[in-house]
Write a protein of this length. Sequence first.
Length: 635
Amino acid sequence: MYRLLSKINGPDDLKKLDAEELTPLAEEVRAFLLETVTRTGGHLASNLGAVELTIALHYCFDSPKDKIIWDVGHQAYTHKILTGRRDSFHTQRCYKGISGFPKRSESPHDAFGVGHSSTSISAGLGMAVAHGLKEDDARIISVIGDGSLTGGMAFEALNQAGHLKKNLIVVLNDNEMSISKNVGALSSFISRKMTGGYYRSLKKEMEAVMANIPAIGGNILHFAKKAENSLKGFLTPGTLFEGLGFEYVGPIAGHDLPTLLGVLENVKRLEGPILLHVMTKKGKGYPPAETMPDKFHGVAPTRPASASPAKLPPPSYTSVFGDTMVKLGELDPKVLAITAAMPDGTGLTPFAERFPDRFFDVGIAEQHALTFAAGLAVEGFRPVAAIYSTFTQRAYDQVFHDICLQKLPVTLALDRAGLVGDDGPTHHGSFDISYLRHLPELTVMAPKDENELQHMLKTALYSGRPMSLRYPRGAGFGVPLDQELQELPIGKGEILVDGGDLTIVAIGSTVHPALEAAAQLRQKGIFASVVNARFIKPIDSELILAQAKKTGCIVTVEENALLGGFGSAVLEVLSDAVLNAVRIKRIGIPDRFIEQGTQAQLRADLGLDAAGIAATCETFLKGESGTSPQLAVVK
Ligand SMILES: Cc1ncc(C[n+]2csc(CCOP(=O)(O)OP(=O)(O)O)c2C)c(N)n1
Ligand SMILES: CC(=O)[C@@H](O)[C@H](O)COP(=O)(O)O
Ligand SMILES: [Mg+2]
């Protein structure tokens, strides 16, 4: 079935094909992508749009000597398939399979590891400078989408690249889409295509103006040409990049292989920084994805029929967050919502539809999102910035300098906190408790389920303080949702089960598994208290100390890095109270990066599911050391 593709085990095989064979090859790659990704899940639409571009890049350049750097890397499937990973491609994003993103440890063709956006030009420039110093002739090609170009870091890199004048090719893969429709002034500017009717009609108008200017000798032609050029110059996307010191080429048709090959062969010979503007269609070749590219940005894997639940799964945390935002927005016009290019992913689309004037998609600009929120808060509004935990990492200083230091009432809604599953180590939200809980003025909390999430959101909005709440990817626990929203007492946890043998102090999504673990332990005659801590900061010291005195044995559970996480906060409480005889064990994410897999597989591996928590508690209670680091604090 894959007559041409089956012969390609690396870029050298690709180069053996005649140029005319590349178009049928693209069709085979597209069919292969569709067949595989609809089964494994993954980033379908972006990849369908980048097939010809990838083939052309590998045909014209010489990877791995030449470096192709993919921004985000969610569009690099064709690159993987052409660089020796066709046969393992069906394992992409699966447990112990290949990654859904370029990864340096996976292939010499993966020039730079990615998953987060807007890094490709910086990394490419670093490599361009390094190869200049090494005096070799490797070509460096950074491939960035129009959505990823909205990230400020891309412009920081363009700024330096235009100044250094090193050989760097930036390919702008412009499909006028981020995950959702790309937004912002930059996007509108870049999508002004001078090749279309718009330019032709402007040119006509210009010619009419020319015709009415009285002749001033032989200069008229020269003047007309100059005027036309400057009009074009003012209006093309090239102006921007040329102003930054790049040679601009384009826009060119990104699904036309002969054009792509011709242009790339020419661009290859140019010196200095080049920006090649390529127009593509997200979802190309698969009508549902072409029509609804946002819905096909990422598709879920097909699970075997027997694994499909008979009834609908409970609502996701994300959708409960989104519905609660609408509810709170109805009651209070000061409630505003901000997303960094992820209105669907963060559940804010219903809010955006209901309150278009109070919703802001800032593009892939997490840093700006938080300082923008701080500005809104200064003026008395109640902004909620909903950003994935992993992407908030790049806005740490904004949380510190613009929000906490100024005590501004901004709410950070950190979605995808904890293990996210198939996206793997770039996307797990493993660190937010650690990177937030040491910041003065910030309240850090995590709901035990989707119902508590609603109450925490209201608590955050009406606290008048900087607040953060973290919640995981995926379905909630299916608990009933209270209609009446309450403000929770800040800094107070709750005892859910009172037992005398040990205390499990859990936070966020680990509370329900901890309850289940306690039930399993009871079957074995072990009676555990279970505490829902609710707040990481301010932590409920009183409750923790009372339990420590009562049972003398504490097990903390969190889906966050153990280093600096919630368990560390509990240790600090015990240490500060000089309760040195209490035995404590922390369950959480160990000090290594966690690979991909389903959330259930990863939780089971790390002992974060009910069975794992119960096993650790039992072993610990018996005084044997478990698999995670054990910290028995002795006087
Ligand atoms: C820092 C960061 N923020 C958000 C995301 C989520 N994200 C992944 S792809 C994407 C859209 C990228 O758009 P573009 O670069 O134009 O690629 P396309 O999907 O259109 O091919 C977004 C917002 C991310 N990966 N990294
Ligand atoms: C590549 C990227 O960053 C996003 O597309 C991400 O994979 C979305 O993750 P969710 O599926 O959790 O929204
Ligand atoms: Mg795009």
